[in-house]
Each structure stands twice: as structure tokens, then as C-alpha cells.
Ligand binder design. Structure first.
Ligand SMILES: *Cc1c(COP(=O)(O)O)cnc(C)c1O
Length: 298
């Protein structure tokens, strides 16, 4: 199994939270592994068990050129001696960005496919093509999101205890939130902050979790869409990272921006205990706020 470092729950001390009479704690799951970090560790856990069970020696997965999932899968494959193949959306990136360079350094074989082709990635024809080309492999879907991912995330949820009222996490594909909803089986209020524009994510989660209604998808903090970061978000993320701990712009920055904004708007009753999950993903120096700031501000 992958190495795992136990992670702390840490309180965020901030005047805005004190003024609103709420407390915010963070499960620092970003610290669970140097390279297979955050929720990706848990989403991969039972996929790796299943790959081992089926005797596959190659992992094949999909992602964009900046995908944390590609990064994590490449590192996990290296640690556990799997071959790995990454099917990357879009034109070949040259020179390689940090994520793709890292993946290749871990031994992942990269294949770039046109966007229209990539959209058909789970079609039987495409899978047959991939089998013909690469031989037998264990397939992990985009973002690592499948039933095995949910099992891993809901196991992670049991490490969160029960000493809180609201549980907050970012939403990409929604598998992380869906797994957490399963852990708590109708107890607690679970808030997911979507980082993508669009309404489809609530339905995704619904599909995984019939029956529970104690969850809400917050759609006000995607900042214009995936990897889009309006200036006020970037400033928040920079300030927050300096004052507390590093967060990146794509997921956690939007999550904490959203939590703070909701706190200031009085969304949470006085005395609420909020627990946020730091889902990781802070390994991309060329996209970090500091670099962007240097490029865009005098
Ligand atoms: C992939 C990722 C997410 C999104 O998780 P989903 O299960 O797809 O919703 C959130 N945060 C970070 C840091 C990620 O890398």
C-alpha cells in the first residue's frame, strides 16, 4: 500500500471568524503524502487494491495537462511498481509543464489526444483502441472518480471525528463530497464548493447518494470556472497562504474564500463549528500565485 502520514486537524485563527462567533478547523490532508496528496491518495487507495487483485501491472488514466490526478497516479504507480499511461486532453505540451514533467519523471507514458477524441474516452470503441495499443491495463477514470474512490473517501471521512456542525470540501467531479456524504449517513451539514461553472455537479452527487439530503452544493465561488481566478480570489489565496498554510488557486483557495465569505454574510449560526478538508494539490510552482503576481503586477 502507499505510504501514509497521519494528518492533523488545525484551527484557523482569524478576527473575521471570531467576530461572527464561529470556529473553523481544517483537516490538513494535504500533508498525507509528499506526492500522492490529499483526496487523490484516498481516491486511489482501493483502485490500487483492485488493480493488484486483478493482477494488472499497468495503470491507465485520463486527465488535463494540469491534472492533480495525473500527477498523483504517476507517483503512486512509481511507488508501487506499476507501469502507468496517462491519456492527456489536447495538443502535446512542449516544453512540458511541471505536472507533465513530473509524471514523465515518475515513468508515466503520456499520450495526447485531441479534445473531440478525448470526449469519447469512455466509449467502447476508444477503450478497444487503447487495449489494442497498450495491452491489458487497469483503467482509472478521469479525476480517479469511481466506486472505489468513494470507498476510500468514505473511509477517510471516519478520520474526521464528529465534533463539528458543518463539513466543507471543494467539488471537482463531486466524488470526494459524495464519499463524505456516505461517511456521515445523513448526519451533519455537508457543504461542497464547486470550482466549475455549471449545474451538473449536484446531479453527479445525487447519482452516488440516493437518500440523503443533508448536503448543499455552493455555486457562488467558482470565480468564472475551472482554474479561473478573479483578482480578489488570488489576493485572498495569497494572504491566506501567508497567514495560515499553503492553498492553491484551483480548489482550496476557492473553498476558503467561500467559507470566509459565507461567514461574513452570516450564513453560519453563532457558535457553529465548521470543519474544512484541505484536499491537497499544492505542487505546481509555475502556476503559484507568487509567480503570477510577479508577472501581472509592478
Ligand atoms: C482533484 C481535486 C479535487 C476534486 O475532487 P473531486 O473528487 O473530483 O470532487 C479537490 N481538491 C483538490 C486539491 C484536487 O486535486
Amino acid at each position: 500500500m502507499l505510504n501514509y502520514t497521519p494528518t492533523p486537524i488545525q484551527e484557523i485563527h482569524d478576527d473575521r471568524l471570531r467576530a461572527a462567533g464561529v470556529s473553523v478547523f481544517v483537516k490538513r490532508e494535504d500533508l498525507n503524502h509528499a506526492t500522492v496528496s490529499g483526496n487523490k491518495w484516498w481516491k486511489l487507495k482501493y483502485n490500487l487494491v483492485e488493480a493488484g487483485r486483478t493482477g494488472c501491472t499497468t495503470l491507465l488514466t485520463f486527465g488535463g495537462a494540469y491534472s492533480n490526478h495525473i500527477y498523483a497516479t504517476a507517483a503512486a504507480a512509481r511507488e508501487l511498481n506499476y507501469k502507468s499511461i496517462g491519456i492527456i486532453r489536447g495538443e502535446e505540451v512542449l516544453p512540458r509543464n511541471t505536472v507533465l514533467k513530473f509524471a514523465e519523471d515518475q515513468g508515466m507514458e503520456l499520450h495526447f489526444v485531441r479534445r473531440d477524441e478525448y470526449r469519447r474516452k469512455s466509449s467502447p470503441e476508444m477503450l478497444a483502441d487503447l487495449k489494442a495499443r497498450f495491452g491489458a491495463f487497469y483503467l482509472i477514470p478521469e479525476g480517479g472518480s469511481n466506486a472505489f474512490a468513494l470507498v476510500g473517501i468514505s473511509e477517510f471521512g471516519t478520520l474526521l471525528g464528529t465534533d463539528f456542525d458543518f463539513l466543507c470540501c471543494p467539488i471537482g467531479t463531486g466524488a470526494t463530497m459524495a464519499g463524505l456524504i456516505q461517511t456521515f449517513r445523513g448526519t451533519k451539514q455537508i457543504l461542497g464548493f464547486t470550482v466549475l461553472k455549471g449545474d451538473e455537479w449536484g446531479e453527479e452527487i445525487e447519482k452516488y447518494n440516493p437518500g440523503y439530503s443533508n448536503w448543499t452544493v455552493i455555486k457562488d465561488y467558482h470565480g468564472g470556472g475551472y482554474a479561473k481566478m478573479p483578482p480578489q480570489f488570488r489576493l485572498f489565496t495569497e494572504e491566506f497562504s501567508k497567514k495560515h498554510f499553503p492553498v492553491e488557486n484551483v480548489y482550496s483557495g476557492k473553498l476558503f474564500f467561500g467559507i470566509f465569505d459565507l461567514v461574513c454574510k452570516g450564513y453560519f449560526p453563532m457558535g457553529s463549528k465548521i470543519l474544512a478538508v484541505h484536499t491537497g494539490g499544492i505542487h505546481r510552482p509555475e502556476r503559484s500565485f507568487e509567480r503570477q503576481l510577479n508577472m501581472t503586477l509592478p
